[in-house]
Write a protein that binds this ligand. Structure first.
Ligand code: PRP
Length: 209
């Protein structure tokens, strides 16, 4: 191949590569738009309602723990978004840690099986611990976590959950701080998923069956 032919074919490959990339970006943008439009039809809690509630919860927590230092424990992955907004509304010295547990597979029903996928990094002995959850459903996850964390002897152990579905309760657990009580609907967004999708929605929507 002459130098000139090699140069032409090199330029053509670059143009083809950029073309493919642009086409891919267009497809993913339209898929994203469709994804947002479908969920926007079924909004249960708007972004503004959630943000207002998060501010209110942050204020209450800051007042209740005044003069103390908090250890905020987020239960991954669902609590991630709520926790990030909540701690930015708490005016106390605090540290963060995470636990990951699993109680659901890729379905909308609870299996009731709780597994620890990731444990805390720090010792909670003598500390004021606040567990942050996105939702309490059957209560099995929190029931297990409370017993597990209590045995490590924190000074106090409280729960803050964004959502509560009391009609689905199997074991008695109630949050010390609650955002919203909701009916028995499968909800997605603001950290909550269906088959790992939809967590990034800024609102909470009802998944169409
Ligand atoms: C969800 C949610 C709670 C739990 C509540 O987690 O985040 O941890 O289920 O259900 P329960 O009261 O019936 O036990 P999930 O197992 O779906 O994992 P995720 O947070 O990673 O989405």
């Amino acid at each position: 191949m002459s130098k000139r032919m090699w140069y032409d074919s090199f330029i053509r490959s670059i143009i083809k590569f950029i073309g493919n990339f642009a086409e891919g970006a267009e497809i993913s943008t339209s898929r994203y738009r469709e994804y947002m439009e479908n969920t926007e039809k079924n909004i249960l809690l708007a972004e503004s309602d959630i943000q207002e509630k998060v501010k209110e919860l942050g204020k209450r927590i800051s007042k209740d723990y005044e003069g103390r230092e908090l250890l905020v424990v987020g239960i991954l992955k669902g609590a991630l978004i709520f926790m990030a907004d909540l701690v930015r509304n708490i005016s106390l010295p605090l540290t963060l840690d995470f636990m990951a547990v699993s109680s659901y597979g890729a379905s909308t029903t609870s299996s009731g099986v709780v597994r620890i996928l990731r444990d805390l990094e720090q010792d909670i002995y003598g500390k004021d611990v606040l567990i942050v959850e996105d939702i309490i459903d059957t209560g099995l996850t929190l029931n297990y976590l409370l017993a597990n964390l209590k045995s490590r002897q924190p000074r106090t152990l409280k729960i803050c959950s964004l959502l509560d579905k009391p009609t689905k309760r199997v074991v008695e657990v109630s949050p010390d701080y609650l955002g919203f009580e909701i009916p028995d609907l499968f909800v997605i967004g603001y950290g909550l998923d269906y088959a790992e999708q939809y967590r990034q929605l800024p609102y909470i929507a009802v998944l169409e069956e």
